[in-house]
Design a protein around this ligand. Structure first.
Ligand SMILES: C[S@@+](CC[C@H](N)C(=O)[O-])C[C@H]1O[C@@H](n2cnc3c(N)ncnc32)[C@H](O)[C@@H]1O
Length: 362
């Protein structure tokens, strides 16, 4: 059963265009943290979006706590600020920063706001970005081939990639970031049909290239659009920098929670926490441990949490979500714990491909 307050909050969120995923689970984590610490907390929402989670967290925090929100998208940040200035959280200090979570550590250290008690990542896009045709993320409504989360920040657009990369690199993007099995066929068709100007044209061309895929649950262009969006915004690069940075700013006992939405993200989050929770960094074949490594994270609940059936019925976009969280121990931070993770297959492949794509499309 949903209580009156959360029902009302969902209606408000629905009207704003984005329903927060696994909000109850996030609030539960912060509540436990507040009870345990028995003092005001400093919480950082690294993907503020429309402030659904941030607002719900602020409502249960003790007076004197701080909620700091980051988002790359200036439009999202403006909406979030408005939401956080509504009555009901007067005792909470708020701060909004337009930056990538990859830069959060620098931004917070520069303001003397480290360490923190709770860090949240809710990866991907908010629904208003996805639904606004003019942002170029939607394959259902016509828009320019943009897809930048920060449209004022420069950088390559989806159109730059689609109209300049050769078929091999485009296929690499679709395969690596979208796990699209027809990546080569689609890339050849897209190179042949240039120039591309609108999202709908590209979505239709991809459908034609794969022959419509009868009975498919998702639009045939979904994976390619996800891949293009991830490439344009260097989303894997941000995760590679952002997860360790979040770990470095947490105080001992602090909690880091990550909500991810597709298999690439799920894998990266899982392997990140697993790397930090190991007891030893020595090579497997070494008989005696010499690394003196102590686990950096306590991964108390190793199985990911998934949205309830009630939530997925209410908000179909939550279907693929998974939340993983871990607690920072008091062991010293060690970069070498994550060296293998940072150079693991997908992150490394993407780093090489990204450098190439950005050079070619500028
Ligand atoms: C799924 S939404 C978050 C929704 C939010 N939790 C809420 O309840 O309203 C993800 C948000 O993260 C932002 N984002 C994605 N990657 C980012 C990054 N590297 N740094 C900062 N913000 C990012 C997007 O612009 C988007 O607004």
């Amino acid at each position: 059963m949903m209580d009156g307050a959360s029902e009302q909050s969902r209606r408000v969120e629905g009207a704003l265009g984005h329903i927060s995923v696994m909000e109850r689970e996030v609030v539960r984590l912060v509540t436990a943290q507040a009870v345990e610490q028995g003092r005001p907390l400093r919480c950082v929402d690294l993907t503020l979006g429309l402030a659904g989670h941030a607002r719900a967290v602020a409502e249960i925090l003790p007076a004197g706590s701080q909620v700091i929100g980051f988002d790359r998208d200036p439009a999202a940040l403006e909406r979030a600020k408005a939401r956080m200035s509504e009555p009901g959280i007067e005792g909470i200090q708020t701060l909004f920063i337009q930056a990538s979570f990859a830069e959060a550590e620098e931004c917070l250290r520069a303001r003397g706001m480290v360490p923190v008690d709770f860090v949240l990542f809710d990866l991907g896009l908010n629904s208003t970005q996805l639904d606004a045709g003019e942002r170029g993320f939607s394959l259902m409504s016509s828009g320019p081939l943009d897809m930048r989360m920060d449209p004022e920040g420069g950088g390559v657009t989806a159109g730059d990639l689609l109209n300049t990369l050769d078929a091999e690199r485009l296929a690499d993007i679709f395969w690596l970031l979208g796990e699209e099995r027809y990546s080569r066929r689609i890339a050849r068709a897209l190179v042949k049909g240039r120039p591309w100007q609108s999202t709908l044209e590209v979505a239709e061309a991809i459908s034609r290239a794969v022959g419509g895929r009868k009975g498919a649950k998702i639009h045939p262009a979904t994976r390619c659009f996800q891949a293009l969006r991830m490439a344009v915004n260097d989303e894997l690069g941000a995760i590679r920098a952002g997860l360790p940075a979040a770990g470095r700013i947490l105080r001992a006992g602090g909690v880091m929670a990550v909500i991810s939405f597709h298999s690439l993200e799920h894998r990266l989050v899982k392997t990140f926490f697993r790397a930090g929770a190991r007891r030893c960094l020595c090579p497997e074949e070494q008989p005696v441990c010499t690394c003196r490594f102590e686990p950096i994270f306590r991964w108390e609940q190793r199985r990911e949490q998934r949205p309830t059936a009630e939530e997925t019925a209410d908000n179909p976009r939550s279907r693929s979500a998974a939340m993983r969280w871990a607690r920072r121990t008091d062991a010293p931070w060690r970069e070498d714990a994550f060296a293998q993770w940072e150079s693991s297959g997908i992150l490394d492949d993407w780093q090489r491909l990204e450098a190439w794509c950005v050079r070619r499309s500028q």
